[in-house]
Design a protein around this ligand. Sequence first.
Ligand SMILES: [Zn+2]
Length: 103
Amino acid sequence: MFCRNCGKEIDGSLEECSFCKEPIIKIKIKNYLLESILAAIFCNIIFGLIALNYSIKVKHLTAAGEIKEAIKASKIANRWLVTSAIAFFIGIFLIIYLVSYGA
Ligand SMILES: [Zn+2]
């Protein structure tokens, strides 16, 4: 990762920057990796894979210290997870509807 003060590459496991002594703020950003994989398998493969794509982006951006971009990608991953869940329930509803009333 990179120091947000001096921009030099630093060891992310340190408490402060080894160059300028700026404290390193560690923010845990949810990457939804597991949820995305589960969504791709059980809910909707396409939306799940889109979410997975953003989950991986969150991981890379967090590691690179791009916190703002990582948070943005995390929110998008979450949105696609919700979309895949909605698609899943609409699918279930349609199946129940068709089975109950016949098509
Ligand atoms: Zn620094």
